[in-house]
Design a protein around this ligand. Structure first.
Ligand code: MN
Ligand code: MN
Length: 315
């Protein structure tokens, strides 16, 4: 475990260094694709010996009512504006030990309560976590904090809600989503936190209804642990599968990571239809004009202490 802990620490220091650069880089007028490439190129420069150059998953730049899992393709022209709430969620890894951490950027200070509610909920869950903590109680702590917040937008007071269908999660080597989930609300989940759990603690806060739905077009994919490729008909799909196995293993990837987009889409479709890859479409608040914030840290829990790998000067 000690080697793995050091891998987490080193992956986290790359994450934190990039965040310091982002402070001056992200501002209204910038293209979202440029933010993604800036982050991914910086990871590549630091972790070039790792699988996919240390990029644990595609950089998420989800705007406003999009909660998670949105990343642009190369030709995307979306520009950040002064009225936007942007979640920047990116991951670094060393030997499959993944740091998953996110923050919310908004130019306009009126969104501060939205950001604070998520941040405070995440920090209080981390403060209260330890070996033996009940997952349902951690969820209770998160929802109580978020529900105590409100925000004034267009002369209206809006109570804030935690999003109830996106969860924090355990992280295993080469596997971003382990089998433990931390909900932002009190549930009848009987799970507890155990020695050596590595967990991504993330709370999404919304001005809308608090339940997201899946968008149609997916730009996040991941190879399944077990699959049967014997029914693949297209040569292109078999080539694509080999490429994915050697370049990403079981880490998440996006169409942007391939050059020949057109036939990649056909190959991905066949791999998906044969249950060889999973797809993770963007998760969206159905209420128009709603805003979502997110903070996320990756931590390690042991009897001795809780270590917040991704804690930095910024958050
Ligand atoms: Mn994340
Ligand atoms: Mn996560």
């Amino acid at each position: 475990m000690e080697t793995r802990l050091n891998n987490y620490r080193n992956a986290a220091s790359v994450h934190k260094n990039i965040r310091l650069l982002l402070k001056d880089y992200i501002k209204p007028g910038i293209k979202l694709i440029d933010i993604c490439e800036f982050i991914e190129n910086n990871i590549r420069n630091s972790l070039s010996n790792e699988v996919n150059n240390g990029i644990a998953f595609p950089v998420g730049v989800s705007l406003n009512n999009i909660a998670a899992h949105w990343t642009p393709q190369k030709n995307d022209t979306t520009v950040l504006t002064e009225n936007d709430v942007l979640k920047v969620d990116f991951g670094t890894h060393i030997d499959g030990n993944i740091i998953d951490s996110a923050f919310t950027y908004a130019y306009d200070d009126k969104f501060n309560p939205l950001k604070e509610a998520s941040k405070e909920a995440v920090y209080n869950v981390i403060k209260n976590i330890g070996v033996g903590s009940r997952i349902s109680e951690l969820g209770g702590i998160a929802s109580e904090i978020v529900n105590s917040y409100e925000i004034e937008l267009e002369n209206k007071l809006i109570p804030l809600k935690p999003i109830n269908n996106i969860y924090g999660h355990s992280i295993e080597q080469w596997k971003i989503h382990g089998n433990k989930y931390i909900y932002p609300l009190k549930t009848n989940n009987t799970g507890v936190i155990e020695e050596n759990d590595v967990l991504a603690i993330e709370i999404y806060v919304s001005t809308g209804c608090g339940t997201t739905i899946m968008d149609s077009n997916s730009n996040h994919f991941m190879l399944k642990e077990k699959y049967n490729s014997s029914n693949l008909k297209l040569k292109k799909s078999r080539e694509l599968l080999n490429y994915i196995k050697s370049n990403f293993k079981t880490l998440a990837f996006t169409q942007r990571y391939f050059n020949d987009i057109k036939s990649v889409d056909i190959g991905l479709k066949e791999l998906f239809n044969n249950q060889i890859i999973n797809s993770y479409p963007p998760l969206v608040e159905p209420l128009d004009n709603s805003y979502i914030s997110q903070f996320e840290h990756t931590i390690h829990v042991s009897e001795k202490n809780t270590e917040n790998f991704s804690l930095g000067e910024d958050y």
